[in-house]
Design a binder for this molecule. Structure first.
Ligand code: HPA
Length: 275
């Protein structure tokens, strides 16, 4: 368990580099989507290595830096590079930057990820606004001593993904003619893709998309009162749905191809998050 003082030290190190700039929105960008960080204006870029207690991701296409500045006129802090459980990090470590963002003044988080479509009505390239999640693997990031400065011991999870933000994003996506769905993100710990039987199980209990990230950050954000908008990009149909094998390359390529639609939706939503 990391004490409260660690979070304060991380926040202080960041504040020392950004002066009185105050981010409002935290953006955690998944595989192939990190480029949005490059579009931030008046950016201050801070390497995770230069922030005390931050861990550095081992995934090769994840950069490992915070970008602070303005996007669509909104003060943002972008995580270019996130940690995953399958890399060996604990849920607490994975969600650590969310609490640091809270101390910097962030009130809303946009989290994106690549996911496999479980729902057979979905198509590759669709965006799914996360309505809720199911996590049966990997312990809670809130396990261990509670830090009441962030939130209560037993935190409500009824609206982990803010319904109003989701409605707003859905309307924006429809107006932009993007393939958009809403559904339940079923978390798998990975790094191997799921078996067809696991996907059938996930579908039977209400899962619409399978992915290996996001839930730890969303739980932690919810605990400390940060609103979350979650966007999953369907990079493939989940295991066993099509008569073909899955590959990490295929997932990355599909994420690259869909960059435009995710970035357009995120940009359209941003100004609405500070109203
Ligand atoms: N399963 C889990 N995670 C994923 C998938 C998948 O099919 N596609 C992209 N991320």
């Amino acid at each position: 368990m990391l004490p409260y003082s660690c979070y304060e030290e991380s926040a202080a190190a960041i504040r020392a580099k950004i002066g009185d700039f105050q981010p409002q929105v935290l953006m955690i960008l998944g595989s192939g989507l990190g480029f949005l960080g490059d579009e931030v204006e008046d950016a201050v870029v801070i390497d995770y290595r230069d922030i005390p207690h931050f861990k550095v991701s081992t995934v090769s296409d994840h950069k490992g830096q915070l970008v602070l500045g303005k996007l669509q006129g909104v003060e943002v802090v972008v995580m270019q590079g996130r940690l995953h459980y399958y890399e060996g990090y604990t849920p607490e470590e994975i969600a650590y930057p969310v609490r640091v963002a809270k101390l910097l003044g962030v009130h809303t988080m946009i989290v994106t990820n690549a996911a496999g479509a479980i729902n057979t009505a979905f198509r590759v390239g669709d965006l799914m606004l996360i309505e809720d999640h199911i996590r049966v693997m990997g312990e809670s990031p809130l396990r261990g001593e509670n830090l009441p400065q962030f939130g209560p011991r037993f935190c409500d999870m009824t609206t982990t993904y803010d319904p109003e933000l989701r409605k707003m994003a859905f309307e924006k996506a429809k107006a932009m003619d993007l393939g958009v769905q809403q559904g339940v993100y079923f978390y798998f710990a990975g790094p191997q893709f799921e078996t067809p039987a696991e996907i059938r199980m996930a579908r039977a209990v209400g899962g619409d998309a399978a992915g290996m990230s996001t839930v730890y950050e969303a739980i932690t954000a919810n605990h400390c009162g940060i609103r979350t908008l979650g966007i999953s990009l369907m990079t493939n149909m989940a295991a066993g749905i099509l008569n073909q094998k899955l590959s990490g390359e295929e997932v990355n390529e599909a994420a690259e191809r869909a960059q435009e639609s995710v970035s357009a939706l995120v940009r359209a939503c941003l100004p609405e998050l500070v109203k």
